[in-house]
Design a protein around this ligand. Structure first.
Ligand SMILES: N[C@@H](CCC(=O)N[C@@H](CS)C(=O)NCC(=O)O)C(=O)O
Length: 299
């Protein structure tokens, strides 16, 4: 169980410097050195008040256990594109493994650091390696030969101008994005593929726990999962301070609950634990540095 420890703070000016260093080093890694204008990425999702404001995911179709559905849950038809750096993609990977679906739905991971996605503009995003041995864990796109996740979205939707994010649940047959919203993908993996799942009896969103799961999810999403982004991408001191305050309040609340019971919603593992875990496991390694959540580390 996580223990919260130590305390310090980082002024906004230093955070800006850290952010700038991050962008320019990403640009340098991508092979060009001018000031980077990030297009269509999380860095654009900042309001006039300086607060991070995540835009909703675009592709929201569902795979169904109904064989006559547009996207029926059959083995081998769907593919999951992920980044191992991404907590939202990691939720889906956890469900894939826990439900015993890895034989039915393949996975391809992108390279861990953003690179330039095209020569014609400045966009930085997820890219595939050119060969399987270029980057441990990452692989070229096996189905479309796409160089980047952006290209995948453009195959699915010619004029796509949104954020080319992972995870992507891809339909190999129709060559399109079924869904790019992890909270929905995990629900599909939980219930719709049970006919072909190795572990169909595992229900991570059981009916009798839905109310407490929904309640915890709301807190954890807003203050922790998305909260670390609100800290990291805030461009003004006020929204940053507010996000940090809510983040640590929510962590304290989870700490209190987990001090009394094994799982966040009682005595069994649910999706709420997984949604919390994927952010916590990255907290000290990623968010303390990239998100500047500097009040306390989790040991
Ligand atoms: N709502 C999406 C969010 C996914 C998301 O934000 N993914 C990030 C990686 S952690 C991404 O791919 N960002 C691309 C970018 O910012 O350009 C989900 O939960 O699936």
């Amino acid at each position: 169980m996580p223990t919260l420890a130590t305390s310090s703070s980082l002024p906004l000016t230093r955070r800006f410097l850290a952010t700038r260093t991050f962008s320019t080093s990403a640009a340098a890694a991508a092979g060009y050195s001018t000031t980077v204008k990030m297009a269509r990425s999380a860095l654009d999702e900042v309001t006039d008040t300086g607060a991070f404001d995540r835009s909703p995911s675009t592709f929201r179709s569902s795979v169904s256990s109904d064989a006559s559905a547009r996207f029926p849950a059959v083995p081998g038809r769907y593919h999951l594109y992920v980044s191992y750096a991404c907590p939202w993609a990691s939720r889906c990977l956890a469900f894939l493994k826990l439900k015993g679906l890895d034989h039915a739905i393949g996975v391809t991971a992108v390279k861990p650091i953003f690179e330039r996605t095209k020569e014609i503009d400045d966009h930085l995003g997820w890219v595939f390696p050119a060969t399987a041995d270029e980057e441990p864990g990452a692989e070229p796109d096996p189905f479309n030969g796409a160089k980047s996740v952006r290209e995948l979205y453009e195959i699915a939707s010619t004029n796509y101008a949104g954020k080319p994010s992972v995870p992507v649940l891809w339909d190999k047959q129709l060559k399109m994005v079924v869904n790019n919203e992890s909270s929905e993908i995990i629900r599909m993996l939980n219930t719709e593929f049970n006919g072909i799942a190795g572990n169909p009896g595992l229900d991570l969103y059981p009916v009798h726990l839905r109310a407490p799961i929904d309640e915890i999810n709301e807190l954890v999403y807003d203050a922790i999962n998305n909260g670390v982004y609100k800290c990291g991408f805030a461009k003004k001191q006020g929204p940053y301070d507010e996000a940090v305050r809510r983040l640590y309040e929510a962590l304290d609340k989870c700490e209190e609950i987990l001090g009394k019971q094994r799982y966040i919603c009682g005595n069994q593992l649910t999706e709420a634990d997984i949604r919390l875990f994927v952010t916590l496991i990255r907290f000290d390694e990623v968010w303390i540095l990239a998100g500047k959540e500097v009040l306390q580390i989790i040991l």
